[in-house]
Each structure stands twice: as C-alpha cells, then as structure tokens.
Write a protein of this length. Sequence first.
Length: 307
Amino acid sequence: MATTLVHSHWWAGLSRVADPKITLASMASVFIGASAAARDGPISWPWLLLTVAGIFFIEAAKNASGEIFDWESGADLNVADEDRSPFSGGKRVLVEGLMTRGELGVLAALLYMLAAAVGFAIVALREPYVLWLGLAGAALAFFYHAPPLRLSYRGLGELTVALAYGPMICAGTYLVQRRALSADVIALALPLALLVAAFLWINEFPDARADAKAGKRTLVVRLGRRDASRIYPVIAGVAYLALLALPLLGTTRWVWLGLAGAPLSAAAAHRLWFDYGDTQRVVAAQGWTLIAFVTAAVGVGIGLLVG
C-alpha cells in the first residue's frame, strides 16, 4: 500500500513537471517552424517527432531543476493561498511533498540526459548545425533558475523566454527539416515570441509578492504590479503589429489568420489593467493569454500552409 502511494505521488510529480500549459508554448513555435518547412518542401515526420521529443525533454528538465532552485530560494514556499493560480506559483512538487529533493534531482538529470541523447542523434544523423542551438537552449533552460546566472531572478527571464520559445525553437524545427535556414523564419517567430513573453509577464503577477520576498527580481517585481500592468498591452500590441508587418517581408498575407488571437489579448489587457492586484480576477486573463498565443501560432502556421 505504501509503495503504491509513493508511486502515485511520483507520477503526480512527473505530470506536473511535464506541464502541458508550458508545452503548448514550445509546440506553438514548433508548429510555425514546421509549417514554414512544409511550405518550402516535404516534411520528414520521423525527424519532426524526434524534434518534438527533444524539446519536450529539455522543457521538462528545466521545470524539474527550476522547481528545486525556486524551492530553495523560498519563491514557491512564499506564495500565499490567495495568490495561487493554475498558471503561477511553480509546479509545487516539493512544496506538496510529491517528490523529495533527491528524487526530483534525479528526474531532472534523467530528463537532461534524454534531451542530450535526442539532440546528439539529430546532430550526428541529420543536421550538425543544430548543435549550437541545442547547446544554447540547454544553457538557457538550466540557468533560467540555476546559479550563477539565475536569469529569471535578475529580470532576464522575460527576454530568455521570448528568445527560446520564439526564434530558437522555430528556427531549430525548420533547420532539422530543411537543413538550412530561411531568412523569414526568424521574423515569423517574433510575434509568437512576444505573445509567449506576455504569457510569462501576466503569470508573474500572482507570484509578485512571493518572488519579492525570495529575491526573485522579475520585471513585474521591479516595476510593481500597477506599472507592469501598463506594459502588458504594449507587449501584445507590438506582437500583433509585427504579425501585420510580415507580408512586407514577402510572407503570404494568410498569416494574418494569426490575428484571431488579438481579441483575447485585448480582453486580458483590459482585465489586467483594472484588476492587477486581484489574483482571482487575473486567472481568467492568464487563460485568455494562453489561448491567444496558441490561436496566433495556429493561424500563422495555417496561413503558411495555405498561402
């Protein structure tokens, strides 16, 4: 009975580390990269599946190792009940005792090793230049929380997320397929990069008090929630302006299908503007922001395929 309970807790912890809400961000970028690759030639499905697996492993590894560092800093422990959100506050694997620190460390190491194995297989058998993107991605994933860089603690988390979930994943997916880079692939990823950054931005609001106590100086902590709430519509607005401008670079106007996410971003901006201090009101806006970036990515990807 005790063994069954331990296994149940372990699987619950693993499911939280493999957070589907965050996986949506990486898969949105993969979809745009794969759609651009399909526009320019046939898709190799085995290599696409291997790309997805590698990204999943590195993302889950980042969540696992980050959970340890956030727990040690007190960032997750300090989240008050009224500030808890399905989108914020960490995965709470250690806080709720689903795994021990040692178990979570082993899981993180295993996931990093699986990501490395997939990455080196792609480098050795498909595209050597993926090595540099892979190494950069692994470094950003680990040092997002880990010392000495602790990017998310220094107000660099938002930029890191925009870079990784926008150009890096999108370009990497395209590179594995076409074994070259197209000039417009980076541009295609920029609107999504900003929208995913907006998702991180709004997710920092419920955590702001706990992060401040733990010395996690996110930009929302640095600016204060009121001033930071005024930045959210700027991030989202620039994202959609960038999407509107894509045809100026020769991209099909069908990518404007991605503008379907704009009403949800506008609704989230309105809610955050007036209710930035009320976590229970902000939760809905967090969900709208997630749906907005997924909708935008799907729209851009479909536009590339039909345009």
